[in-house]
Design a protein around this ligand. Structure first.
Ligand SMILES: NC(=O)c1ccc[n+]([C@@H]2O[C@H](COP(=O)([O-])OP(=O)(O)OC[C@H]3O[C@@H](n4cnc5c(N)ncnc54)[C@H](O)[C@@H]3O)[C@@H](O)[C@H]2O)c1
Length: 270
């Protein structure tokens, strides 16, 4: 197999086998629109690095699209329809990974929906929905995955938060859920270290993905690009490379951490 150099865009297959022999679940492995979401990019890079990947999405066609991309590169992946905000679906997801691949090493809790509303505009229904998908799903998926991770002799759980949890961006329910993801990460890291299960968190900055592209003006896109000290637009590949590191044994001594992948946004004083 030809070894190729990593690029920031991730467009060239890299096959250095950093995840060889591992089995991963990626939740929200599809993208809600044309282009590349964080889950889709992570699933592709995990497979390029040698993992077998269960691509989970509420919308099966989205998971299937990601799998098709992986299979076209000779990677190993299969799709599963599941709504990870429901405990029964999380249990089914873990049964599926055991049946199809016989083990579990990596749980990438990527799923998330956005709410851009401020305090007074956020309804109770929207609050409940965002908290269920963005936070409760990670608790339920981790709970269901633990027996399989313990069986594997340890593993890695990666939870996707957001810089919205760390900065005042005015998105009430989303910020609260994403801050909860950080608390959950630290709590689980402390509880699970004895089982060699590491739990870390990625806080992406202003990444241009289908989730945020919907209805975004060219002017706002440019303002987002210029907001961080590194004035390149962040992509799903940037977030996915962080996930590869946290999923691999290279991070074997790293747990309970929040890795901001944000072009330096969170170090600014604005
Ligand atoms: N794009 C950004 O700027 C940005 C910034 C910070 C954090 N994030 C986070 O990155 C993660 C992925 O975002 P994205 O931009 O790739 O989103 P996306 O909407 O493109 O993809 C998310 C996928 O999750 C699926 N999904 C939604 N609810 C689900 C559920 N209950 N069960 C299973 N699947 C479900 C959707 O069908 C979709 O395919 C989210 O957690 C998001 O909050 C994104």
């Amino acid at each position: 197999m030809r070894a190729e150099r990593a690029t920031s865009t991730g467009t060239r297959p890299l096959r250095s086998g950093r995840l060889k022999g591992k089995v991963a679940i990626v939740t929200g492995a599809g993208s809600r629109g044309p282009g590349l979401g964080n889950g889709k990019a992570a699933a592709i890079l995990f497979a390029r690095e040698g993992a077998q990947v269960l691509c989970v999405d509420r919308v099966i066609e989205r998971a299937e699209e990601t799998c098709a991309m992986i299979l076209s590169e000779d990677g190993e992946a299969s799709p599963l329809q599941a709504d990870v905000s429901r405990s029964s679906d999380c249990e089914r997801m873990i049964s599926a990974v055991s049946e199809r691949y016989g083990r579990l090493d990596i749980l990438h809790n990527n799923v998330g929906i956005e709410s851009r509303k401020g305090l007074l505009e956020t309804s109770e229904e929207e609050w409940d929905q965002v908290l269920a998908v963005d936070l409760k799903s990670m608790f339920l998926a981790a709970q269901a995955a633990i027996p399989r991770l313990v069986e594997a002799g340890g593993g890695s759980i990666i939870n996707v938060s957001s810089v919205a949890a760390l900065r005042a961006h005015g998105r009430t329910a989303y910020a609260a859920a994403k801050a909860g993801v950080i608390g959950l990460t630290i709590s689980l890291a402390g509880q699970l270290a004895k089982d060699r299960i590491r739990v870390n968190c990625i806080a992406p900055g202003f990444v241009y993905t289908p989730m945020v592209a919907e209805g975004m003006s060219a002017e706002l896109r440019e303002r987002r690009r210029l907001a961080a000290p590194i004035q390149d637009e962040g992509t799903a590949w940037d977030v996915a490379w962080a996930a590869v590191y946290l999923a691999s044994d290279e991070s074997r001594w790293v747990t309970g951490q929040v890795l901001a992948v944000d072009g330096g946004l969170t170090i600014t004083s604005r």
